[in-house]
Ligand binder design. Structure first.
Ligand SMILES: Cc1ncc(COP(=O)(O)O)c(C=O)c1O
Length: 329
């Protein structure tokens, strides 16, 4: 910010562009390509990846998003992510800027322009600019944005040693908002910051009935002492595409003697604390073992075999399943 005794100048368009480039030079990011319906195309210079300030998604959080992974030059499970995206749009009363096929096509073509063969694609739908009101501006054009970037990365230690988590002091989102992937992540952000401030890796939301919810940007699952993989119901947590896929893949572990069953049910916190394994699941984290929760070890406090086996199943699916879309680089 300029010092208080500096004159505040009105900037020219060139000066604004120079400042945006300077900002990105000081704060390098790994954003490879960005499509904006408002700009009418794709840009690859991160300084140009911008939105109008009065876009409703920016100042009111009236927008939704989703993220799919790029694995070995192909996009994984995009249809499942688009299903959820469209569900979030409907619940948020957002108008689609085009058909599902058009949005899918823009996602694939933006990925191709990025040249990225490993990473993530995040895409947003906003109700558009035009006012600072609560309801969208009259005649506002919905915005569609696609960002291709390096993806979120987590320490190797999470997989080799496991994570340490705490029950958050922040309340879980009410079900309608928890199942909608809107740009309102304040509880999720505060939960993760709280855990990090306590020297831990992440937080755990509880629902008002005392059942386990989810983590910041990941689902939670447990392996009971008798070998059942248990996942919370999707009524009060986000329906994670990773969780939904793993629930389909996990029965393969029953035959291998690692699991005795797979269940989606309410999980009271006391039952969860007695689990043999506790897992975090998500597109970015994939499958990571939790070894300590609220200062108490999960079982023997070591990563367990189901976490490892599920990670292998998922890794394999991400490289070989029929849920991969080729990118025309
Ligand atoms: C709150 C929340 N829960 C769960 C997940 C896991 O979902 P997915 O497996 O689709 O990444 C995410 C990530 O999108 C999330 O933000």
């Amino acid at each position: 910010m300029p010092a208080t005794n500096t004159t505040l100048r009105t900037l020219s368009a060139d000066e604004v562009l120079a400042s945006l480039k300077d900002l990105r030079a000081r704060q390098p990011v790994q954003y490879s390509a960005f499509y904006s319906s408002q700009l009418g195309g794709i840009v690859t210079d991160p300084a140009l990846m911008v939105l109008p300030f009065d876009d409703h998604m920016v100042h009111r959080g009236h927008g939704i998003f989703d993220t799919a992974a790029i694995v070995n030059g192909r996009i994984y499970d995009l249809e499942a992510h688009l299903d959820r995206f469209l569900g979030s749009a409907e619940r948020s009363r957002l108008t689609l800027p085009g058909s599902r096929a058009e949005m899918r096509n823009i996602i694939i073509r933006t990925t191709a322009v990025s040249g990225r063969r490993e990473g993530a694609i995040r895409y947003w739908l906003s109700s558009g600019p035009g006012s600072l009101e609560l309801s969208p501006a009259a005649g506002a054009t919905p915005g569609f944005f696609v960002m291709v970037f390096a993806g979120l990365s987590y320490p190797d230690r999470w997989y080799t040693e496991g994570l340490r988590v705490m029950t958050t002091t922040y309340p879980i989102k009410p079900p309608l908002y928890a199942v909608t992937k809107a740009t309102n992540y304040l509880p999720n952000v505060l939960m993760q910051m709280e855990a990090k401030a306590a020297g831990l890796d992440n937080g755990v939301f509880m629902d008002p009935a005392g059942n386990v919810g989810e983590s910041s940007n990941m689902n939670l699952a447990f392996v009971t002492s008798d070998g059942v993989l248990r996942h919370p119901k999707f009524e009060h947590v986000l329906a994670g595409c990773t969780s939904l896929r793993l629930l389909e893949l996990a029965p393969a572990l029953i035959g291998r003697g690692l699991l005795t069953g797979v269940e989606v049910c309410d999980i009271p916190v006391d039952d969860a604390r007695g689990a043999r394994e506790m897992l975090l699941l998500g597109s970015s984290v994939k499958v990571a073992p939790v070894v300590e929760w609220d200062g108490r070890p999960i079982d023997d406090g070591l990563p367990g075999p189901v976490a490892r086996a599920l990670l292998q199943l998922l890794d394999n699916d991400m490289r070989t399943s029929d849920r991969l879309i080729d990118v025309p680089y």
